[in-house]
Design a protein around this ligand. Structure first.
Ligand SMILES: Nc1ncnc2c1ncn2[C@@H]1O[C@H](COP(=O)(O)OP(=O)(O)OP(=O)(O)O)[C@@H](O)[C@H]1O
Length: 941
C-alpha cells in the first residue's frame, strides 16, 4: 500500500480574516469527497494548479472529523500487529502542532490524545473480552530532533548531553540508543507525561509564528498484548515535524538561523528521499539527516499517513506550492503492510531469574539476546488479540518445542554481531518511524521480541516491565526503583544494560563459560552460589554481559560527545531551554556518580572484552575518519572512485583522439593505465598510438611489462627512457612533456583515426563517472592548454557528434530535435532560426534552474551528479574563457556534455527520459519549473 497522503487546509486565524485566500479544496466529481487542492499558478493567476491527494480537508474540518477519518480506522490494525506512523508536514504556522497535539479543550484535542484514548479504550475492551487472559500494556517514548540531534523529551533537559542521543542501525532499522520508555496506564497518565514532555520541547518564537516548534517531535506508543506466553507488539508513531520557513521572511537571529538551517536541511533531505523513492532510485539519501533516518519513509512496514498542513493565504503561496509538490510525490511511496508476529515468551523457570540475583525477577529477563531459529515464521500470527487469547491454550503445546529451543543460548556474546539470523530481543526503544521499534526480525518483516522470562506473576500484577520489576524484586532498593522508573531499565538494551544501583556482593567471578559448566542446563547459575570462602559468586549470563557492554558503549559515546562538545565550545548546538552547567550533565544512560559507587566489579574476562570492544570502536571511528578525510583530500579513495577516475581518463583520451590530438590522447591512455594496470586492450591502444606518433621504443615503454601488471599503478614516461612515475606528480611531468611534443604535427593527421578503435562501452562507462568539479576543471584546463583551444561547444567531439549536440539555434540536424521535420529543413533558412526543441529547452531549463531536486528528476542524474553540476555552474560556469568564466546558462546540449561528470551518455539518457516521460510527470515537472523560475524572478527563494 502507498503512503496515504492527505491535505488539511487550516482556517484563517482571527488576525488573518482580511487576508486573500487562494488555496481551496475540490472534489473530482460533484458530491464526492474532496481529493484535490487547487491553487493559482503564481506566474499566471488565471491558471490553477491541481494536486490530487487521497483526501483533502478544508477549513471546516474539525479535529474529530480528521481523527475519525484518518486515524481511527487504523487502531484496529494497530492491535492486529501493524505499525502505524502518522506525520504532519507543512510550512511553519500551517497547523501541524494543532493537528497532532491540538488544544486543551476537549473539542480541540489533536490526533495524538485522541489516538491514546482510543488505544486505552480498545486495550481495555480486549482485556475484558478475553476475560483477563490478554493483558494490554502501553509504553510511551517521546523525543525530539533539534538541530539534527536527538533529545529525550521524557527526561528533564538537564539530563541532555550536547551531542544528544546516538542513533544506531540494527537489521535495517534505526533506533535511538538510551531512550526512556515509560509505562502509561490510562489517559490521565498520558496527559501528565505528555504535558511534562512538551514543556521540555524546544520552542522559540519567530516572527512568523509566536509558538513555532523548532524541533521535530516524535511520540512512540508501544502496544504490547500478552496472552499467556505469547506477545504481540506494535507501535504507533506520531510525528510533528518542524515547519520549514524562509529565513528572510522570519527575520531570524543567529540561533534561529541555525535552527532554521537544520530544519530546512532535514526537510530538504526528506523531500529528496521522497523524490528518490518516487523515482525508484536505488540510493535514497536517508542517512543525510537524523529525521529521515528515523522516519525511514518507504522502508518501514505498516501503515503510513502523511498529513500535509496548508495555510490558505496568499502570503504562503510559494511555500504552499513547494509543500504540495513534495507531498504529492509522497503518494507514490509504497509501504509494505506487514503485521508484526506473535512471539512466545519463555516459560517462567524457577532458576531463570537467578542470573543476576539482585536484579532478577524480570529486570534482565525481558532481554533475550537470542531468538531461536524458525521461531518467527512458525509463530507468525495475524489475528487479533482476543483470537490470540483463544488460541493460547492450543498453541501452548506447539510452543513448547519452540520454547525448548529458545532456552538454549546459541551465542553468548552478541552485541555487535548484527547478523541477519540473529534475532535479539534487545529492545532499543525509539526509532519512531513506525516500525523502528524493534531490533528483532528480518528486515522485510517486523517481528516482536521474545520476552524472556517475564514472570507470570509480573504479568499478573499487570503493567509495565518496570512495575513487574519493582514488585517482583524484593531486594530492589528505592534507589534502584527510581533508576528503573527513570527509564534505566526496561526500556532497551542500554537500560537493561545498567547493572547499577544494585547491591552486588563481591566480585563477578565467572564468565559465561563457567556458567555453562556449572549450571548444566541453560548455562545459568543459581543466585545463591557461593565460593569456598562463602563469598557469593555472581555469574553473568550472555544477556548480562551484553548489557554491560551496552552500558560501556553508552559511556564511551557519552564521553565522546562531551569531548566533542569541549572541542567545539562555540558550536551553536546548545538548546536555549537547556540550562548550561560547567560540567555537562551526564548522558542519560551513562553512569552517575552514585551509580558508579554501586557498580559491580567485573571479572577480568568481561573487562578484557570491554576493552577489546572499546579498541574496536576507536579503530572503527579512526578508520572512518581517515577514510572520509582521504576521500575529501584526494578524491580517488575507494576502488570505485579509482575506477571512475580511470574511466574518465579513457573518455578524455577518446575525445582527444577523435579531436585529432593524439599526443594528449596517448598521455591520457597512459595515465589511465595507472588505474587499470596491465589492461590488455588499453595497452594495445597505447601501442598503436605510439606507433602512429612514430614513438619507436628505445626500451622506454614496455607494454609487456604493463601487461604483466608489474608496474601496477605506475605510468610510463611518454618521452621514453625513464620508467614510470608514480601518482599525480608523474602525470604532471608527462603532461608537460606531452604539451611540448604535441605542438608538433601529429595532431591534424590524427583526424583520420577511426573512432571505432575505441570501445563504446568505455565511453559509456566513462561518461557516467563522477569527479569533483575542481578536479575535473583542473584536468580540463590542462587538456585545453595542451590543445591550445578553448572549451567551446563540443570540445573533443567528433564533427558528427558536434553536430548532434549543437542544437541551440541554427542546428537542424540534432538527433534530439523533436521539432516537426519541416522545422529542420535546411532548405528553409528562416526556420533554422527556430529555437531549441521543447524537450531540449525543458532539459536546459531544468539544468539552468540549478535546482538539484529538479535536476535529479532527469534520468541519469543522481544526487551527487546533480549537486556537482550545480556547483560547477555556480562556480565555474560553462564554456567561459578557459572554462573559468561565469556563464549564466548552459545554452545547448553540446555545451552540457562538456560539464565535468556529465558526458555524452548522461545527456542522452536525460533527454530520452524527458521524451519518454508520461504526461502526469511532465506536467508536474512543468509546475516545478514554473515555480522555480518564479522563485528566481522574485528572488524570494
Ligand atoms: N485547524 C485549525 N483550526 C484552528 N486553528 C488552527 C488550525 N490549525 C492551526 N491553527 C492555529 O494556527 C496557528 C499555527 O498553528 P500551529 O502552531 O499548529 O502551526 P505549525 O505548523 O505547528 O507551526 P510550526 O511549524 O511553527 O510549529 C496556531 O495558533 C493554531 O492554533
Amino acid at each position: 500500500m502507498s503512503v496515504r497522503v492527505v491535505a488539511r487546509i487550516r482556517p484563517l486565524l482571527k488576525k488573518e480574516l482580511d487576508k486573500d485566500v487562494i488555496v481551496r479544496a475540490a472534489a473530482a466529481e460533484e458530491g464526492k469527497p474532496f481529493t484535490i487542492v487547487k491553487i493559482p499558478n503564481p506566474k499566471n493567476e488565471t491558471e490553477e494548479f491541481s494536486y490530487i491527494f487521497n483526501s483533502v480537508y478544508d477549513q471546516s474540518c474539525t479535529q474529530e472529523d480528521l481523527f475519525n477519518a484518518e486515524v481511527y480506522p487504523h487502531i484496529k490494525a494497530l492491535f492486529q500487529g501493524l505499525d502505524v506512523t502518522i506525520f504532519a508536514y507543512g510550512v511553519t504556522g500551517t497547523g501541524k502542532t494543532h493537528t497532532m497535539r491540538g488544544g486543551m479543550k476537549m473539542d480541540d484535542r489533536g490526533l495524538i490524545p485522541r489516538l491514546l484514548s482510543n488505544v486505552f479504550r480498545r486495550g481495555k475492551k480486549i482485556e475484558k473480552d478475553s476475560n483477563g487472559e490478554t493483558i494490554v500494556d502501553v509504553h510511551l517514548s517521546y523525543y525530539e530532533i533539534y538541530n539534527d540531534k536527538v533529545y529525550d523529551l521524557l527526561e528533564p533537559p538537564e539530563m541532555r548531553t550536547p551531542m544528544g542521543l546516538p542513533l544506531r542501525e540494527k537489521e535495517g532499522k534505526t533506533f535511538v540508543v538510551g531512550l526512556t520508555e515509560r509505562p502509561c496506564d490510562d489517559v490521565k497518565d498520558f496527559e501528565r507525561l505528555y504535558v511534562e514532555a512538551n514543556n521540555n520541547r524546544v520552542t522559540a518564537a519567530t516572527k512568523l509564528n509566536a509558538h513555532s516548534s523548532r524541533s521535530h517531535a516524535i511520540l512512540r506508543v508501544k502496544v504490547t498484548q500478552t496472552t499467556g506466553d505469547m506477545v504481540l507488539e506494535s507501535t504507533a508513531s506520531a510525528i510533528d515535524l518542524a515547519g520549514s520557513e524562509d529565513n528572510r521572511r522570519t527575520d531570524n537571529n543567529r540561533d534561529r538561523l541555525v535552527e532554521s538551517a537544520a530544519i530546512n536541511k532535514s526537510l530538504f533531505v526528506l523531500s529528496q528521499c521522497i523524490d528518490a523513492i518516487s523515482r525508484g532510485d536505488k540510493r535514497i539519501p536517508y542517512r543525510e539527516s537524523k529525521m529521515t533516518r528515523i522516519l525511514s519513509l518507504g522502508q518501514n512496514n505498516g501503515i503510513t499517513i502523511m498529513i500535509l498542513n496548508l495555510a490558505p493565504m496568499r502570503s504562503y503561496h510559494l511555500d504552499t506550492l513547494s509543500s504540495l509538490n513534495v507531498s504529492s510525490r509522497a503518494k507514490r511511496i509504497e509501504v509494505r503492510e506487514i503485521e508484526n508476529e506473535v512471539v512466545y515468551k519463555q516459560p517462567h523457570r524457577s532458576h531463570s531469574s537467578t542470573s543476576f540475583s539482585g536484579l532478577t525477577n524480570g529486570v534482565l529477563a525481558p532481554r533475550q539476546p537470542l531468538r531461536p531459529i524458525g521461531l518467527g515464521t512458525s509463530n507468525s500470527y495475524t489475528g487479533s488479540a482476543p483470537a490470540l487469547a483463544r488460541s493460547a491454550t492450543d498453541r501452548a503445546a506447539a510452543s513448547g518445542a519452540v520454547i525448548e529451543k529458545a532456552e538454549k543460548p546459541s551465542k553468548l556474546f552478541n552485541v555487535y554481531a548484527d547478523r541477519a539470523g540473529h534475532k535479539s530481543a534487545a529492545s532499543f526503544s525509539g526509532g519512531g518511524g513506525g516500525s523502528g521499534s524493534r531490533i528483532v526480525g528480518p528486515p522485510q518483516a517486523n517481528t516482536s521480541q521474545i520476552r524472556q522470562p517475564l514472570s507470570l506473576s509480573g504479568l499478573a500484577s499487570r503493567r509495565s516491565m518496570t512495575d513487574t520489576v519493582t514488585t517482583s524484586s524484593s531486594s530492589s532498593s528505592p534507589a534502584e526503583t527510581s533508576a528503573i522508573r527513570s527509564g534505566l531499565i526496561g526500556t532497551g538494551a542500554s537500560k537493561l544494560a545498567r547493572p547499577t544501583g544494585l547491591p552486588l556482593p563481591g566480585s563477578v567471578s565467572a564468565g559465561v563459560s563457567r556458567q555453562n559448566s556449572s549450571s548444566g542446563s541453560g548455562g545459568i547459575q543459581p543466585p545463591s552460589s557461593k565460593t569456598a570462602d562463602n563469598t557469593p559468586i555472581l555469574t553473568l549470563s550472555a544477556a548480562q554481559i551484553e548489557a554491560m557492554v551496552e552500558k560501556k558503549v553508552a559511556e564511551i559515546l557519552a564521553q565522546r560527545a562531551l569531548a566533542a562538545a569541549a572541542l567545539a565550545p562555540s558550536t551553536p548546538t546548545a538548546i536555549p531551554s537547556t540550562p548550561k552547567s560547567e560540567n555537562p550533565p551526564p548522558h542519560p544512560s551513562s553512569s552517575t556518580s552514585s551509580e558508579q559507587k554501586s557498580e559491580p566489579q567485573i571479572s577480568e574476562e568481561v573487562q578484557r572484552r570491554l576493552e577489546a570492544l572499546e579498541r574496536r570502536i576507536e579503530e572503527q571511528s579512526m578508520n572512518s575518519t581517515s577514510r572520509s578525510s582521504s576521500r575529501r583530500g584526494r578524491g580517488y579513495g575507494s576502488r570505485d572512485e579509482k575506477k571512475s577516475a580511470g574511466l574518465q581518463l579513457l573518455l578524455e583520451a577518446r575525445k582527444a583522439k577523435e579531436g585529432g590530438d593524439l599526443e594528449t590522447a596517448l598521455g591520457l591512455y597512459e595515465d589511465a593505465l595507472g588505474y587499470f594496470p596491465g589492461q590488455r586492450k588499453l595497452v594495445g591502444k597505447i601501442e598503436k598510438l605510439r606507433l602512429k606518433l612514430g614513438r619507436v621504443e628505445r626500451g622506454g615503454w614496455d607494454g609487456d611489462k604493463q601487461l604483466r601488471g608489474e608496474e601496477a599503478g605506475l605510468r610510463q614516461n611518454g618521452g621514453g627512457g625513464g620508467k614510470g612515475q608514480n601518482g599525480s606528480g608523474g602525470r604532471e611531468e608527462r603532461r608537460s612533456g606531452s604539451v611540448g611534443s604535441s605542438s608538433g604535427s601529429g595532431r591534424r593527421t590524427a583526424m583520420t583515426v577511426s573512432t571505432t578503435d575505441l570501445d563504446m562501452d568505455d565511453e559509456m562507462a566513462a561518461s557516467d563517472v563522477e569527479e569533483t568539479p575542481s578536479e575535473a576543471e583542473a584536468r580540463r584546463r590542462r587538456l585545453l592548454k595542451s590543445r591550445g583551444r578553448s572549451a567551446t561547444l563540443g570540445v573533443g567531439l567528433s564533427r558528427s557528434r558536434q553536430q548532434l549536440y549543437s542544437n541551440t539555434t541554427t542546428d537542424s540536424s540534432s538527433e534530439y530535435d523533436d521539432r516537426s521535420p519541416s522545422h529542420s529543413d535546411p532548405e528553409h533558412p528562416a526556420q533554422q532560426e527556430v529555437g531549441p526543441s521543447p524537450r531540449t529547452k525543458q532539459l536546459l531549463d531544468i539544468v539552468n534552474s540549478r535546482d538539484t531536486n529538479l535536476i535529479q528528476s532527469l534520468n541519469g542524474f543522481g544526487t551527487k551528479r546533480a549537486q556537482e553540476l550545480v556547483n560547477h555552474l555556480d562556480t565555474r560556469g560553462v564554456g567561459g574563457e578557459g572554462g573559468q568564466g561565469r556563464v549564466q546558462e548552459v545554452k545547448s546540449l553540446g555545451e552540457l556534455t562538456t560539464v565535468p561528470g556529465v558526458g555524452i551518455k548522461t545527456v542522452e539518457r536525460a533527454y530520452e527520459g524527458l521524451v519518454a516521460m508520461d504526461e502526469e510527470k511532465r506536467e508536474e515537472l512543468s509546475k516545478k519549473l514554473a515555480l522555480r523560475s518564479y522563485y528566481d524572478e522574485t528572488e524570494t527563494f
